[in-house]
Design a protein around this ligand. Sequence first.
Ligand code: N6E
Length: 313
Amino acid sequence: MLPYPVFEGYSRKLMTLTMILKNNEILLGMKNRGIGKGKWNGFGGKVEPNETIDDAAIREVKEECGLDVISIEKIGIIEFEYSGSKELLEGHIYLCKLFSGEIIESDEMAPIKWYKIEDTPCDKMWIDHKFWFPMIQKQIPFKAHFKYLNDDTMLDSTIVIISNSMKKSRKTFVNFVIKKENQILLCNKIEGSKCLLKHKPVRNGESIENSAIRYLEWNYGMTAEQFQKIAVVDIEFIDDSCTQEIYFFVVDVTKLINTPLIEDSKWVNISDITVENLWPDYTFLSKLLMMEPFKAYFLINEDNILCSKYYNN
Ligand SMILES: CNc1ncnc2c1ncn2[C@@H]1O[C@H](COP(=O)(O)OP(=O)(O)OP(=O)(O)O)[C@@H](O)[C@H]1O
């Protein structure tokens, strides 16, 4: 499943953005004019006619911070869309770890400062930065699309990993939302945050349905009429060599005499589940509970969700 949006009838304006790294530091400049005025940013600008994108990146670094690029590598492509506009800004994102010369501030960019990566001033940068910065840190090629209403309000974000996905192995799991009347079984994931039950691996050669039957009938004596497949979710972990595909079933155990007990889990009133403490998010659970079939895609960096997308079946 590819969550990436398709654009027809849009023109494109090419731009570059180079993030300069040294050990554990990143070089940022305060933009004093043009696009992104008042924000810390990497270095870049429009690609001129008759210039390659790589050459534009090298030229912009020199113009905006004085450094001479020795080598750069492209790490991502980001499309910026503004609501109501039929022009996409196509930003080519580069990493530069080899450079020479002295930093020179200009009217356009000052001050220019090395920041420790963990001290990157995300709140004074473009909002999109925090979504793709983990890719820069971990040097994972990506493609992204951000839709803005205006410079301070983002309407939609999509990030996908490009090169790795092909090489990644894929594991399939089933998982269950077990409910009775107004309660569901949730497990405690980390302190204060709740999630559905643990994913159960589907065996090699076994169908998804048979796998669900095996877990539910064998362990809890349920019959196939009591559960229904609602959703399939693709989860990609940015630094893992495998992606997960998880099929979610909703199981109503209201009529069972002995309600199941599942390791590390407890019954929770649905009305007590708050938007903040549920993983991955509330939309996910509410769609399942409304038995509304869907597909979803999540891109995860450690415990953060960088991208979540829902599609109706
Ligand atoms: C919407 N969210 C965004 N998030 C992160 N970065 C963004 C951005 N939108 C624009 N950028 C970057 O801002 C620079 C603008 O370049 P900027 O130099 O102002 O363009 P300008 O029109 O002045 O071009 P010239 O330098 O004259 O070629 C350029 O690096 C471009 O990639």
